[in-house]
Structures are given as C-alpha cells and as structure tokens.
Design a protein around this ligand. Sequence first.
Ligand code: SAM
Length: 313
Amino acid sequence: MGKTSKDKRDIYYRKAKEEGWRARSAFKLLQIDSECHIFEGVSKAVDLCAAPGSWSQVLARKLNENYKQALEKGPASPPKIVAVDLQAMAPLEGVIQLQGDITNISTAKQIIEHFDNTQADLVVCDGAPDVTGLHDMDIFIQSQLLLAALNIATHILKKGGTFVAKIFRAKDVTFLYAQLRIFFPYVYCTKPSSSRNSSIEAFVVCKYYSPPEDYEPNMLNPWLTDEPCNFKQLTGVNRVIVPFVVCGDLTQPDSDTNYPLNFEEKEYEYHEPVQAPIAPPYEEAILRSKRRADKNVSDQSDFNDTDIEAAIE
Ligand code: SAM
C-alpha cells in the first residue's frame, strides 16, 4: 500500500495530520461542540479513554481559550485536564495523564483523587474496546465502558455539568439511555459527520447533571451486580426515546467518501502522523522482521528475548 493511500481514502485522517491533531477523532469532538456547545464555561475536564490524545488536544485548546476570556473579566483559575487510558500516551502540555483501566476501581479512585475537593465541569469518554468480531460481545464491552465512565462522572461532575460519551447504537441502547436519563435531564444522541456511516458508533451528549436527590455515588456496576435485574420493569423516565441529532452540516466532508488529494483546491502535501504510537503492540513484530532481514535468516529461533529487548531499547 502506498504512503498516500490512507490520505486518499480518509479525508479526516489527512486533515488531522495537516492541522496537527493526533487522531481523526478530534473532528468528532469539534463537530459535537459546534452543535451542542459543550465547552461553554468549562475549566476542569476529564478525558476517559484518551489515547493517543486528540480529544485531550481539543480540550487543552478550548479550555485555554475559555481561561483567556475569563482572565479578561477578572481573576480566574487555570484549566485542569485529567486524561486516562489503558495505553501509554505521549505527554501533552497542560494535561495530567494516568494509565489504567477505567472499569477498574483503583483507576476510578485515582481519577477521583485528582479532583479532591473540586469538581469537573465536563467528562468525556471516547472509549472503544479492541473489537473481537463477536458483535454482541463488542457491544457489551462498549456499554461497560460507558457505564464505567458514567460512574466515575457521578463522583466528580459538578451539578449542572456535561457528560459526553461514545455509544454503540445497538439493539438494547435504550437501556443505556434510561441509565443516563436518571442523572441528566437532557440526553441527546449525535453522530458527527466525521464518524463513518458504516460504524454503529454515535455519541451521547448529556447536559445539566442532576443526580436523584437520594443518590449516593458508589462503585457498583449495575450490569455486574448479583441482584436479578428485570429491565422490563423499567418505566417512566427509565424508558425513553432519545432525540437523534446529526451534527456537522452538509458542507462538511463525508467520512465514507473518497476525495481527490487536491480537494478544497489546496495543493496536496504529505504529512507524517502528528504523534506516532509510542509503544505499539506490533513493535516487537516489526523488530523481529527487520532483524531477520538484516541477518538474512528465516529461523525465528535465532532471536531470543534479550535480543528483542536490546533492540527496543
Ligand atoms: N479519543 C481518543 C483520541 O482522540 O485520541 C481516541 C480514543 S480510542 C478510539 C479508544 C481508546 O479507548 C483506546 O486508546 C483504548 O486504549 C481505550 N480504552 C479501551 N478500553 C479501556 C479501558 N477499559 N480503560 C481505559 N481506556 C480504555
């Protein structure tokens, strides 16, 4: 495959590199904001499932703009952004980074500790599992990520705050909407034009956090509890149809279309990805194949773990 073939196939991939975003996902958050105004007045935010960090880049940019505007009116506190992912992430200025699993209680507690005595205005989660290909399993894991993110949000989000998360619009999605509606009076489901039509991903934008009066945040995941759950009993606010809003108007490029490289009448120039993966899982395989080519041997047993570790260092 040629160096430019992905640039040809995916306009958002290409634009991300041109504009300095670590991933094409940045456009999803920007387009969600253009429709739903999620950054208004935000100075403290959490980015869950953040690697490689394009949403954190968007947060850093938007929160700094807010800070500058606030300073013009009087004293203001600088932005605070906490980003978390299973994977290591290259550093980003102004972003506190944690490595961990958001479905794990210890990670959730670490995030909450960062907000000791303060609260976040915005929690975002673009979490996606490694796809297994088993459709139901992938959807289940995705919903676990969303519920883990919601649970963390209930510990740190200020009343009136906003929660944005990736959701798979699959068969039982209304159960998730019902969970969200317990905590937020406004729950929208949106699909930015930079999100591929072929993907079932969409995003929930939940506004005006207002937990039920007697609600006390806890670390129990309702889908993992031993108690029997009969979802058919859900009524009223627990069973809702969420309005579906498309964001990104028709002038935005379509993420499933191939555009010529000189699209928008700009001369095409190849750009390297903004931030190469820092510890990709395929690193060892590449090193093995390079070293095999160097030594001109075909027997894999020529390389032991010490060789590989030395090469990685
Ligand atoms: N928003 C990111 C950006 O703009 O760069 C892209 C996020 S990527 C689509 C999904 C991320 O979810 C992956 O980096 C993956 O490691 C992370 N993830 C999946 N399961 C997770 C978990 N249980 N805890 C933390 N991160 C997780």
